[in-house]
Every structure is written in C-alpha cells, then in structure tokens.
Design a protein around this ligand. Structure first.
Ligand SMILES: [Zn+2]
Length: 144
C-alpha cells in the first residue's frame, strides 16, 4: 500500500489512507507467508508452520547448534529470543545491528570492516571478538 501512496496526488486522500492504515496478521498463515505444505512438514514434533509462527532463534539452534556460525554468533550477541517470524523492520535498531554482525560471519570477507550501530557495551565487545576471529574489523558508529 505504501508503494502506491506516492502516486496519489490528492493530499487529503493520501493522509486519510495513511491514518486509517492498519496492519493485521493474516489468519491463514499467521503472518509467516507459508503455504499449506508448512502444516504437514514437521521439524521434530512441530509443524514447519508452527515453528515459523512461534519459533525463536533458540529453537533453530536446538535443531542443530553446530550447523551455522551465524546462529552461534546470534546466540553470543543475546539474540536467541528473536522470533523466526520477526520482520527486520519491526526490530529495534540495536537488534538489527547485532543481527547484521551475526549474518556477516556466515560469509566472512577478509579484512572488511563492519561499521555498526550496536550501542550495548557488552555486545560491542562480543561483536568485535566474533568479527576479529573471522578476519574482519568492528568499527562502532556510536559514541559510548
Ligand atoms: Zn498469509
């Protein structure tokens, strides 16, 4: 809807559409975007659909903790409770910044610097350590 707002010339109509905008979770897929097949495919005792709707990164780690360096980095950065179904834009910028660090260690680029907005001091230290182990550098763009 927001993509088409720019094309509307009538300012009053545009404001009315904006102020009446409500985002509702699709009841059919519970906001996951998954199709019917996600109800029959299982991960352990849970359907893929249930997993996507209510699972967290902690649950993903529970499946196979050694399988993914990004998930391990996310755990170290205190992101285990982030829901699998979370939209990146709905997360706080602190969580987004930590997720970025976790994501890049999955495909490390040697001698690349990551400029990060992580503000939590402990997470900064952890991020710097994780990136350093993977041949990258952590640069903070926050003052603390
Ligand atoms: Zn849906």
């Amino acid at each position: 809807m927001y993509l088409s707002l720019g094309k509307i010339k009538d300012r009053a109509l545009k404001e009315s559409l904006k102020s009446n905008f409500r985002q509702i979770v699709c009841s059919k897929c519970r906001g996951t975007g998954a199709g019917w097949e996600a109800d029959v495919a299982m991960i352990g005792r849970r359907s893929v659909h249930g997993f996507l709707a209510t699972g967290t990164l902690r649950d993903v780690l529970g499946i196979n903790e050694r399988s993914n360096v990004s998930l391990l980095a996310a755990k170290k950065l205190g992101l285990s409770g982030v829901k699998v179904s979370a939209r990146i834009g709905d997360l706080s910028s602190e969580v987004q910044n930590r997720l970025l660090v976790a994501a890049v260690v999955g495909e490390p680029l040697h001698e690349v610097s990551i400029i990060s907005g992580i503000s939590d001091a402990r997470s900064k230290r952890i991020a710097a350590g994780i990136l350093s182990k993977n041949g990258m550098h952590f640069l903070s763009d926050t003052k603390k």
